[in-house]
Design a protein around this ligand. Sequence first.
Ligand code: DAK
Length: 262
Amino acid sequence: MPPKLKNLKLEIRKNIAYITLNRPKHLNVFDTETLNELEKTLISLENNAKVKVVCLLSDHDKVFTAGANIKEMNANNVIEAKHFAELGHRIAQKLETMPQPVIVGINGYALGGGVEFACACDIRIASERAVLSQPEIDIGIIPGWGGTQRLARIVGPGKAKELIYTGKRINAEEAFEIGLVNMVVPADKLNEAVKEMAETIASKGKIALFEAKKAINQVSQSPLDVGLRFEIESWSTLFETYDQKEGMGAFLEGRKPIFKDK
Ligand code: DAK
């Protein structure tokens, strides 16, 4: 059963789940309530056999998210701060390791925790109006939901240090140049671009898709020899599947494959 949602919207269409951040009056800021909803939603989706791709979007035309709720954090005692930190970490971890590929569509500001969650997604698509920043240094902290680690793995330690030490904002074009986003599209085409990418991915066989995600995730978790061994194991298990036989058979017969996710 999908959870009851107040600060997010969830729609599932054609094997694709669309999660939309929906607190426009509060700049889609992540407070504990929203984080709890997001965690429950991701758990319900990872266990939903019909969902092949997950998309994360915003309903606000100027903001993906202004990040974690500074007012709430400022009032935290040590125990609450730890709970808040762990909750955010669990969500980033879930985005990164849930079986389905996750695509994030970034429109407007993506600040702090918003960039951290985006970095945990598989594919980042930005609108021309996107502005990304890790501004935590300006409020006396550092990124705390994996930002020092994932951002550095995506753009390299040098660029991550520049962004995190200065807290500077970069626009979509700069984010594309440093490899932080996969592509940049006009603002009014963002949701369509995310949907198109999601539909392309969802048209593939689910088992191979999920194995590809697991194998590529090894890059940040294992040395090369372990990752290569993982790929051999993963690759060969696919030869037990209907989709491998269908895919190769269809190629040899000169037709389009009809995958059955089994
Ligand atoms: N939290 C709480 N309130 C926020 C907020 C935020 N992140 N961002 C904006 N607001 C509030 C503003 O205070 C203002 O409130 P009122 O004055 O109306 O009561 C209202 O939203 C509208 O903001 P502005 O007046 O500033 O609106 P503008 O359109 O002029 O500017 C802006 C929009 C998003 C560019 C600007 O508000 C801004 O720069 N906001 C600051 C964003 C920021 O620094 N975000 C990073 C947050 S730090 C952790 C791990 C990770 C994290 C935290 C903890 N642990 C391990 C525990 C992550 C940290 C972050 O994300």
